[in-house]
Write a protein that binds this ligand. Structure first.
Ligand SMILES: Cc1cc2nc3c(=O)[nH]c(=O)nc-3n(C[C@H](O)[C@H](O)[C@H](O)COP(=O)(O)OP(=O)(O)OC[C@H]3O[C@@H](n4cnc5c(N)ncnc54)[C@H](O)[C@@H]3O)c2cc1C
Length: 319
């Protein structure tokens, strides 16, 4: 019996080390091995990480059908792996594609799945998973008495911490038969983004509808972000309005961030927005409505017109 982390892709995705941290701590508490199943080009980079996080087996799956992201092939590959090695808990780093894979794998294996996991505890034979719900507003505790489960981990609130003891992971090449798999989802053009990711930014200056116009966003939000050496983001409303593209959207259906400083201007603080920034160390809000929800989360608040305050902040940041 082992617990496993499932990963894929050409590069090690952000959040992988944090997922390895939680999986490694859990495997130590459960007294079982942590194995890491990797698919794709990331396998080469995985070795060093596997050693640091105390992985017992680094299992690689290679097949022509797995060379490009294909959910049907991935689900089939992981299902065949689980049938061969019979892990007791199957972890995913909850990226957007993992949201598609984890529930389908659970359906294929006929086992429970918990999404949005942020904490794990083993109580006798029961796995207790703390997860976020209702857009991050609420924490819920799932008690899973089934012997095998899938947990998809939200890693933004976890600090990466290598295992107390490094390991010498044993490499295993795992064969799967994907001959019968036909991809039902065709990616006609993949979204691509270059440069730093909002999820990794330490300073985010975010704007919402209260800015009034895309010009104000461009001058004031981007201007302050640049002056502070941070990144700019925004609410879904302004993405829907076409002021910014969706790679800058913070929230439940956007990026889940955890910066040191999150400065929100003209944002009301809807729960779906806060799901993407409430883990920030310090939230500063500028909103002219003193009763705006954002003030429930903000450490510092400026009840004022952001069109007047932001230029002053830019001046101060540049001074
Ligand atoms: C399923 C679902 C998923 C969603 N996912 C997301 C998501 O991922 N991210 C997200 O952001 N939203 C998401 N939403 C939308 C969310 O519910 C809110 O509608 C949205 O966050 C509101 O954006 P806002 O704060 O920019 O606008 P508003 O709610 O309109 O707030 C504007 C704020 O600006 C203030 N204001 C106005 N003028 C000024 C001024 N001059 N100076 C200072 N303050 C001013 C107002 O007082 C107000 O509080 C989702 C909704 C649903 C149903």
């Amino acid at each position: 019996m082992a617990v496993i982390l499932c990963s894929w892709g050409d590069v090690v995705e952000g959040g992988t080390e944090e997922a390895l941290t939680l999986a490694s701590q859990f495997s130590a508490a459960a007294g079982v091995d942590l194995d890491w199943v990797v698919v794709g080009g990331m396998a080469a980079a995985a070795q060093e990480l596997a050693e640091r996080y105390g992985v017992a087996h680094l299992d690689t799956i290679a097949d022509a059908k797995l060379e490009n992201y294909g959910p049907d092939a991935l689900v089939a590959a992981f299902a065949q792996y689980c049938e061969q090695y019979k892990p007791q808990t199957i972890f995913f780093n909850q990226t957007a594609p993992a949201r598609l894979i984890a529930p389908r794998l659970a359906g294929r294996l006929g086992i429970p799945v918990v999404a949005n996991g942020i904490g794990l505890e083993l109580d006798g034979g029961t796995l207790k998973v703390t997860a976020t719900a209702f857009g991050g507003d609420t924490h819920v505790l799932y008690e899973l008495a089934e012997p095998v489960n899938i947990v998809s981990l939200v890693t933004t609130a976890i600090d990466a911490e290598p295992a107390a003891q490094a390991s010498s992971p044993q490499r295993r090449d795992v064969s799967v038969d994907l001959g019968a798999v036909e991809e039902r989802l065709k990616v006609t053009s993949a979204a691509s983004s270059t440069g730093p990711r909002l999820e990794d930014a330490d300073i985010i200056v975010a704007g919402g509808r209260g800015l009034g116009s895309p010009d104000n966003y461009n001058t004031l939000i981007k201007g302050l972000a640049e002056a502070l050496g941070g990144m700019h983001g925004g609410s879904r409303v302004i993405v829907d309005e076409g002021w910014i593209d969706s790679t800058h959207q913070v929230g439940l259906t956007g990026k889940i961030t955890r910066p040191g400083l999150y400065l929100a201007a003209g944002i009301s603080g809807a729960s779906q927005h806060m799901a993407g920034c409430s883990a920030a160390k310090t939230i500063v809000a500028i909103n002219k409505d003193k009763d705006a929800s954002i003030y429930r989360y903000a450490r510092y608040g400026i009840v004022a017109d952001c069109l007047e305050v932001l230029p002053e902040l830019i001046k101060a940041a540049k001074a």
